[in-house]
Design a protein around this ligand. Structure first.
Ligand SMILES: NC(=O)c1ccc[n+]([C@@H]2O[C@H](COP(=O)([O-])OP(=O)(O)OC[C@H]3O[C@@H](n4cnc5c(N)ncnc54)[C@H](OP(=O)(O)O)[C@@H]3O)[C@@H](O)[C@H]2O)c1
Length: 261
C-alpha cells in the first residue's frame, strides 16, 4: 500500500462518508456541500456496509474516509479499509465507545495511513481538555474533580467518549502534581478521595453534548463548561481534520495535533 499522492489536485478530493444516514453522517454530508475542495465521493449506509463488494465498489474512487457509524460497525469498517488493495487511505473517525480490540485495529491501520481519531471534533472541547489538565495540576489534592455530561436520548455509550477523555486529562494533571494514585471512576464511592475523578452521565431529549467539570474545594468551587449548540460543530471539525490529514504521513492523530503542528 502506498500513501495518498501529495500532488493530487486539491479540487478533486473525494470523501467516503460511512454511516451516511445517521445524525452525524447527514451533518458531514451537508458540510461537504459547502466545502471549497472536499466533496462527497460516496455515501455508505448500513446496507452498503453489510455487502463488502458493494461498499468497495462505491469507495473505489474516494481519497479518504470519514466514519460516523457506531461501535457495532467497526469490524465491517476495518474490512472495507483493508480491502483497498492499491492505496491506504486516511481515516477520520468520530465513533465512540470502541472496544479494546477495535481500538487496536485502528492503531494497526495507522501504520499504513493517517488515522485521525476524536471523541469530540469541537475545538472548544479540545481546549477544555487542556484547561482541565492545567486546573488539575494547579489545584492539586485540595480539590475533588467531578465531571457531568448530558446527551440526547439516542446516544448508545455512557459515559461519553468526551467525558472519559476529559477525565483522563484531569488524571494527567493530577499525576503532574505528584498524585500517582489518580484514577477515573464511573461509579461514585463514598467517602471519596481526591485521587478519584468521578464521571456521571445523563441522557434525554435532543441535547447535542454538554460537559461540565467541577473542581470542588472546601470553600470554593471552579466550574469549566462546554455546550455544543449545533451538531454542525462536529462535522466542520471532522472536515478540518480531513484537510489536515491530507498532508500527513501514516500515524495516529488526535485533536491536540491541530494545536501542536
Ligand atoms: N467525535 C465527535 O465529535 C462525535 C460527535 C457526535 C457523535 N459522535 C459519535 O459518532 C457515532 C455516530 O453518532 P450518530 O449520532 O450519528 O449515530 P446514528 O445517528 O445512530 O448513526 C449511525 C450510523 O451508522 C450506521 N450503523 C449503525 N450500526 C451499524 C452497523 N452495525 N453496520 C453498519 N452501519 C451501522 C447507522 O445506520 P442506520 O441508520 O441504518 O441505523 C447510521 O447510518 C457515535 O459513536 C457517536 O458517539 C462523535
Amino acid at each position: 500500500m502506498t500513501p495518498i499522492s501529495a500532488e493530487r489536485d486539491a479540487q478533486s478530493i473525494q470523501v467516503a462518508v460511512l454511516g451516511s444516514t445517521g445524525r452525524m453522517g447527514r451533518e458531514v454530508t451537508k458540510a461537504l456541500e459547502a466545502h471549497p475542495f472536499l466533496s462527497l465521493g460516496a455515501a455508505l449506509d448500513r446496507s452498503d456496509l453489510q455487502n463488502l463488494l458493494v461498499a468497495q465498489k462505491k469507495v473505489e474512487r474516494c481519497d479518504l474516509f470519514i466514519d460516523f457509524t457506531t461501535m457495532s460497525a467497526q469490524e465491517r469498517v476495518m474490512q472495507l479499509l483493508y480491502g483497498q488493495s492499491d492505496t491506504a487511505r486516511p481515516l477520520i473517525t468520530g465513533v465512540t465507545g470502541l472496544k479494546e480490540s477495535a481500538q487496536n485495529e485502528l492503531l494497526r491501520y495507522a501504520n499504513l495511513a493517517p488515522v485521525f481519531q476524536a471523541s469530540n471534533f469541537s475545538i472548544g472541547v479540545a481546549l477544555l481538555k487542556r484547561l482541565a489538565a492545567l486546573a488539575a495540576e494547579s489545584l492539586g489534592d485540595h480539590f475533588d474533580a467531578e465531571i457531568f455530561e448530558l446527551h440526547h436520548r439516542h446516544k448508545l455509550d455512557a459515559p461519553s467518549g468526551t467525558a472519559l477523555s476529559l477525565a483522563e486529562a484531569v488524571v494527567r494533571g493530577k499525576q503532574l502534581a505528584g498524585d500517582q494514585r489518580a484514577i477515573v471512576k464511573t461509579e461514585a464511592t463514598t467517602p471519596r478521595n481526591s485521587s478519584e475523578v468521578h464521571l456521571s452521565a445523563g441522557r434525554g431529549g435532543g441535547v447535542f453534548g454538554d460537559h461540565s467539570l467541577f473542581f470542588l474545594g472546601e470553600h470554593e468551587r471552579l466550574e469549566l463548561k462546554h455546550a455544543a449548540i449545533d451538531r454542525a460543530v462536529f462535522a466542520s471539525g471532522a472536515l478540518r481534520a480531513a484537510e489536515w490529514c491530507l498532508e500527513r504521513p501514516p500515524g495516529h492523530y488526535q485533536m491536540d495535533h491541530l494545536w501542536d503542528h
